[in-house]
Design a binder for this molecule. Sequence first.
Ligand SMILES: *Cc1c(COP(=O)(O)O)cnc(C)c1O
Length: 350
Amino acid sequence: MLPRPVLQKIQEELIDWQNLQQSVLEIGHRTTAFTDFVLSVEAKLRQILNIPTNYEVIFLPGGANLQFAAIPLNLLGKNSNAAYVDTGIWSRRAIMEAQRYGKVQVVASAEPEDNFVPAQTTWADFKNAAYLHYTANETISGVEFPFIPDTGSVPLVVDMTSNLLMNTLDVNRFGLIYAATQKNIGIGGLSLVIIRNDLLSQAMPSVPSVLDYAKQVEAHSRYNTPPTFAIYVTNLILDWINEQGGLATLEKINRRKADKLYQCIDDSDGFYHNGIEPICRSLANVVFTLPDEKLEQLFAEEAAQQGLLNLRGHRVVGGIRASIYNAMPEEGVDKLVAFMHQFQLKNSDR
Ligand SMILES: *Cc1c(COP(=O)(O)O)cnc(C)c1O
């Protein structure tokens, strides 16, 4: 979901953006207005995440799946060995894509249960890899890394599509951070890439120009026509984040939201069940099951009648999933918790 005030602002501004007598849907991406605008969005993100000056920020078309390819294409030009940690479905997608461009070593895997993050002490050695990739939050299974891996001189690459901007972050620990924007930072079709500038010179010659990080840095994300409307929405989200008090405040609210739901699950005498190792429980995606699939269906249907939408788990895993990204207000979580209590009372004897 998007914050209500952001949707309202889009509606208000849609016909005439910045008094230019044009809609943001019409504005040329090479105009001074839009060029300055992209720079200002970048500056805003830098301030919110406290991004050091030796990192570049680019906005790229396409989602995270396109970055699964862009990363090896940009980083495996000199050393074709990449290390990946497998903690679930999104890790595996990233691994599959990287295997098309280089040699991939899976240093640790959470299969078959996908309900934990393997401790770093158990990982295979990866000191000869061009980078190590991990998925900070497995959106589908609800498993989140409880630590930032320590990779020494090997650049650390992270998919933060479902948790970037939900809490404070030490950008210095990473070589590259990327996120598609549709979960917490806007709408579909756009990805954010934050890359340490020493990593801009190791692309494979075959990298498509649009995906070439160095070219996009040089062009300030306008090598070709970027998804202008998606960047516009992201800017409104960044303003909204600042209005909320920034990442430290959002982190507190997000922690409270997640704690309330996990507490409700753990206090339900097994009626609701979340099998994730407690320290790896996701801040963004609270997954749980009920005693049987019929009850899960009934749960989702009755919840929807009360305005609690999109609670079905991802189609490949089933169950229930409450995605409580930044835009989900704490009152929404309170309402869900109240509904869960009520639903259990009504159905636990069946
Ligand atoms: C949603 C998601 C993706 C996929 O993003 P697309 O923009 O659909 O390619 C990848 N990784 C994570 C962690 C996600 O949550």
